[in-house]
Design a protein around this ligand. Structure first.
Ligand code: PXP
Length: 243
């Protein structure tokens, strides 16, 4: 059964609406951990639209579970990661116009740059994950680049309906099995919510789910503690029944 990592970017989105101090994603991270989250994920975007450098630095001091930093594979972000030392980085594609990360990383096009930069992360004790579509060529390039994990992009699954959703789930399953056969560990995330998470939590080899928007939205109504516990309950339902 996968572990839940809560992405708290959208707590910072609300703070940045007024560029003040509230709500503080650092406090939100503490509440997520108290409610049982297994890790905290933040995306420090180049345009700093939500999470700020200050947040990542304080979170590095306060997060007791696991800190996963999503970043674009730029020299600036690689240097910052090596300096701040999150437990894990997840490399994502980034474009200024997008509302959220829209597709997986072009691992084939970026393979040489990834292979060149990944050893510095590993030397700093940081595990490297690459956010990929469930596409065999991307997964092969991820394995060649020396990454530890892939994070399967579940957005197409989350957006699909009916038979298309089943097809997308099958693609995720095939991709998870293929990545595992190449020695990669597997995470998943994007667009997961309380209704669609269970089949993804039941996929083979998936170790961590990164879930943000749905949890932060629900927290607006029921509070962060209950929102995280409810998501954990949905994931727990993926555990095989005890013999
Ligand atoms: N995983 C990655 C790599 C992401 O970029 C995001 C969005 O920041 C998520 C997971 C979480 O997606 P959502 O907010 O839709 O749950």
């Amino acid at each position: 059964m996968p572990r839940l990592h809560v992405n708290i970017d959208h707590v910072a989105t609300l703070r940045q609406a007024r560029k003040g101090l509230e709500p503080d994603p650092v406090l939100a991270a503490g509440l997520c951990e108290l409610a049982g989250a297994n890790g905290i994920t933040v995306h420090l975007r180049e345009d700093r639209r939500h999470i700020q450098e200050r947040d990542v630095r304080i979170l590095r001091e306060t997060v007791k579970t696991l800190l996963n930093l999503e970043l674009a594979w730029t020299a600036e972000m690689q240097a910052l990661a090596v300096e701040i030392q999150p437990d894990q980085v997840c490399v994502v594609p980034e474009s200024r116009e997008e509302l959220t990360t829209e597709g997986g990383l072009d691992c084939v096009g970026l393979e040489a740059e990834l292979a060149a930069g990944i050893p510095a992360m590993k030397q700093a004790g940081i595990e490297v994950s690459l956010f990929v579509d469930p596409d065999p060529e991307a997964i092969e390039a991820a394995a060649r680049s020396g990454a530890d994990f892939i994070e399967l992009h579940t957005g197409a699954y989350a957006n699909a309906k009916g038979a298309d959703r089943e097809n997308e789930l099958k693609r995720l399953e095939t991709a998870a099995n293929y990545a595992n056969s190449l020695g990669l560990r597997v995470n998943a995330g994007h667009g997961l919510d309380y209704d669609n998470v269970l089949p993804v939590a039941q996929l083979p080899h998936v170790e961590e789910l990164n879930i943000g928007y749905a949890v932060v939205c629900r927290a607006m109504y029921v509070g962060m503690d209950q929102a995280v516990r409810e998501m954990q309950d949905r994931i727990l339902a993926a555990a095989p029944p005890e013999a």
